[in-house]
Design a protein around this ligand. Structure first.
Ligand code: MN
Length: 159
């Protein structure tokens, strides 16, 4: 089943404002959410995750600079990468997705929950309590660099 594993990545994206893009392979595309504060391993944190357009699967490996004037202009880092599995049948129409991440930084059980009173694009990303949870740990600050190149955003921008 190894070749059937669903890809996930988190891009760290220095666009007009710094944010993180969570991308989950589903039905042949990368379903994507922009997370302004980034993901957290602390179950107390509920992070706004704004659904954005689907991206092609190949984009999970992209690290580099998107030129001025193009969509998403700015520096893009592969901040985390791995595979994921839904808990139950994945159906975003239900407004809730429980899933397990197998990344280098993000591991264990998470959920995306749609905030229907805030419009269809606005979701919350949260970490469930399990053995991978790290209460009080700030993963974005403590582990800021690329998982594929070890580079900082500044190093990617200069390359
Ligand atoms: Mn982005």
């Amino acid at each position: 089943m190894a070749d059937k594993r669903l890809v996930f990545c988190v891009h760290k994206h220095a666009a007009s404002t710094l944010h993180y893009d969570l991308r989950l392979e589903l039905n042949g595309v990368l379903k994507s959410w922009a997370v302004p504060k980034g993901p957290s391993l602390d179950p107390k944190d509920k992070r706004l995750a704004v659904q954005v357009e689907d991206h092609p699967l190949e984009y999970a490996d992209f690290e580099g600079v998107i030129p001025e004037g193009e969509y998403g202009a700015g520096t893009v880092m592969v901040w985390d990468r791995g595979w994921w599995e839904p808990q139950g049948a994945p159906n975003l129409e239900q407004g809730q997705l429980k899933f397990t991440l197998h990344g280098q930084k993000l591991r264990g059980s998470f959920a995306l929950v749609q905030m229907k009173n805030r419009g269809p694009k606005n979701w919350l990303l949260l970490k469930h309590r399990d053995e991978e949870a790290r209460p009080g740990y700030d993963v974005t600050t403590m582990e800021p660099n690329s998982v594929v190149s070890g580079r900082t955003l500044e190093e990617i921008a200069k390359a």
